[in-house]
Design a protein around this ligand. Sequence first.
Ligand code: LER
Ligand code: MN
Length: 275
Amino acid sequence: MNNLRPLLHSAVTVSLVPEVRGGPFVFWDDLPTACASAARLGFDAIEVFPPSSEAVDITRLRSLLKENGLALAAVGTGAGWVKHRLALTSPDASIREKAKAFVCSIIELAGSFGAPAIIGSMQGRHGDGLSATDARKYLRDALAELGTRAQAFNAPLLYEPLNRYETNLANTLAAGVDLIRDLPNVLLLADLFHMHIEEDNSASALRAAKGYIGHVHFVDTNRKPAGMGQMSYAPIAEALRAIGYERYLSAEAFSYPDAERAARQTIETFHHYFR
Ligand code: LER
Ligand code: MN
């Protein structure tokens, strides 16, 4: 690779889960169309949100990526929660085991492309009889085990702090660092939407989390595509440059006003601030 290689890479989400329709994913249902559009607009990769690992035909995905010159940036595990109500911090040990098995199968799917799996809503929350201490222990134990599993694929496991309406385990990057600091092969996913709700200053939070960020969800303050809300991208771009971040900015945003225009808006903002 020469010096002209861009340091940051663009990705766009594709949901294959009808149950989350209306959620923050740019492309929906149709992997071939999503890959063709992503490639035509100049994205480097796609991020896939599948219903399960078995629902994805690895050979077909591999050829689709190859045909379109795309990489796989990451794979989400949230369907484990949305479809099966599994969580890594369930008070029920058998549900925790099923949650780990679900994530593990996604780690293997993503890992066969050298890509990371994402723990977002599968982290769950404390309350309803589960103490914050026990929830934190369950989550850290699960992340340690799953991070070790991901090591075999030379990919990190991504843990995503979420805003207060989605979890009470870690809402900020600092809380995320505190949770994962000593865990094997676990990095943070910095979602700019959640950060805008929870951080005092998103750029400062990114700088303080130097060395711990493995992925970024690239989106605006209102969860519309980057550039359609009030986000100040210049200080965020500067912070990511300052901490030497060289991974993906992945568009996890509403398909607004439609998939094609959401993707186009995202890539324009990406080129403006990050390349
Ligand atoms: C997933 O990446 C995310 O950001 C969450 O809001 C999903 O619940
Ligand atoms: Mn996210």
